[in-house]
Design a binder for this molecule. Sequence first.
Ligand SMILES: Cc1cc2nc3c(=O)[nH]c(=O)nc-3n(C[C@H](O)[C@H](O)[C@H](O)COP(=O)(O)OP(=O)(O)OC[C@H]3O[C@@H](n4cnc5c(N)ncnc54)[C@H](O)[C@@H]3O)c2cc1C
Ligand SMILES: NC(=O)c1ccc[n+]([C@@H]2O[C@H](COP(=O)([O-])OP(=O)(O)OC[C@H]3O[C@@H](n4cnc5c(N)ncnc54)[C@H](OP(=O)(O)O)[C@@H]3O)[C@@H](O)[C@H]2O)c1
Length: 465
Amino acid sequence: MALRVGIIGAGPSGLAQLRAFESARQKGAAIPDILCFEKQADWGGQWNNSWRIGLDAHGEPVHTSMYRHLWSNGPKECLEFSDYSFDEHFGRAISSFPPREVLFDYIKGRVEKSDVRKYVRLNTVARHTSYNEDTQEFTLTVEDLSTGTTETHIFDKLVVATGHFSVPSVPEFTGIKTFPGEVMHAHDFRGAERFAGKRLLMVGSSYSAEDIGMQAHKMGAASITLSYRTAPMGYHWPWNTVERPLVTHFDGGTARFRDGTQGDFDVVVLCTGYQHKYPFLPSELSLKSANVLYPANLYKGVVWQQNTNLFYLGAQDQYYTFNMFDAQAWFARDVMTGAIEMPSLAEREADIQLWLERQAGLTDHDAEADYQSDYLRELINATDYPSFDLDAVSQLFKDWMRNKHEDILGYRDAVHRSVVTGTVSATHHTRWLNAMDDSLERYLEGPSQDVDGGTPAAVTSSVAV
Ligand SMILES: Cc1cc2nc3c(=O)[nH]c(=O)nc-3n(C[C@H](O)[C@H](O)[C@H](O)COP(=O)(O)OP(=O)(O)OC[C@H]3O[C@@H](n4cnc5c(N)ncnc54)[C@H](O)[C@@H]3O)c2cc1C
Ligand SMILES: NC(=O)c1ccc[n+]([C@@H]2O[C@H](COP(=O)([O-])OP(=O)(O)OC[C@H]3O[C@@H](n4cnc5c(N)ncnc54)[C@H](OP(=O)(O)O)[C@@H]3O)[C@@H](O)[C@H]2O)c1
């Protein structure tokens, strides 16, 4: 009997797993019986945007945390699939920081070309899993959301690819209950147009706080205050943006901060991150972790330490994204088929500890980018995933971070060079700050003058051209 593989989630990680098997099939290998369950009506994960908040049409939690006017926050050259380039998909050079719809199109292009749609059951949510130690089989119960019927499937290997930026972490602050304005978590943010003229308080000091804050600035917010728990982001913010230490409490519409300052606000956006949550798994199979580059309990960041028939993809904090999910999926595939032999429990634990110890010593973004590059290198060296210049990508991450520090509103106008094709990205026809139409059609329109009359250009000379 062929190996039976179940994949939960058809976002970039689940699709990487399908693509990994498809790649083996194209090379003449026999591949397992595969079934992939996706609760949404389309594949693409976070990139399959929705206007809904709270619950979807079936009463399931809305998965996506993305929003209108979301543009890639890292250079696309850092996430490019090494077996499907941007040049191949678009037929020409595009800019380094495309909007969501453009990246969604790119993700879909590869899987549509690969003919893996037949493995995916859309509108089907994973509900419950059990593992039988004697037979070494998983029993997975799923619900077809369009009919309301449940089914049970048996698998030898199970891949969890459900993402970890969907279930919000929502802290409590004294007095927030009676804050008279709007309070929301970043997960429910769908667009900043309605923040024009408003005074915003963002709690958190990471990507969501930064990007939603700058979206609000772009859309005409009166002021943006970013409140940090551990450390300020320290960018050269626009004139109406400041950073303050953490909120201690609210008095009506006034927030008071740890440094004794205070401010009056109309809107509070809690950009306080997300939880790893796997309600379809029993606790002994369920990953519990903060958002870190190397979660404990995963050998090579992928294989569940206590049960090597269980795999997690994309469970890390992410510098790399699509290409890292690929590297992981190729690795998981080879473990499943036996092409990669599993070391003993003790050897795996020693390997995990080495990564955890090195992680504990990371002090800045540059070191973190190098760390994740080394992690990918180890995975890629173990499989036939097409290799690419990881040192060059690490350098791209460093250039990108420097660009952000030089110009937080302009870093997305920079151009970078692809390590897959050598193509230098196009300069986009409109600066990010002036781009008010994030559709694929507008993005792909030919060059036009920027609406402020200037010529869009790279923000710094440090870009990797
Ligand atoms: C606001 C935001 C902006 C981001 N911007 C960028 C960016 O600019 N560039 C970048 O590279 N990355 C970005 N990311 C990171 C993003 O998480 C990854 O790019 C990528 O989407 C992760 O892929 P994934 O497949 O691991 O998870 P997801 O994309 O989260 O996909 C998981 C899939 O699993 C499905 N699922 C969940 N539970 C179940 C269940 N019980 N049963 C069946 N299906 C289930 C979901 O519906 C979803 O389709 C962003 C993330 C967020 C939250
Ligand atoms: N394309 C885009 O433009 C875009 C936009 C938004 C998000 N994203 C992506 O979305 C993912 C998630 O980013 P994220 O910023 O939402 O999450 P995150 O990176 O995990 O950051 C969470 C933030 O919340 C803070 N926090 C957590 N609990 C807190 C508490 N109790 N009180 C105060 N602060 C608290 C953390 O502070 P500490 O530092 O103190 O822990 C941290 O600053 C990332 O992959 C990011 O790239 C991309």
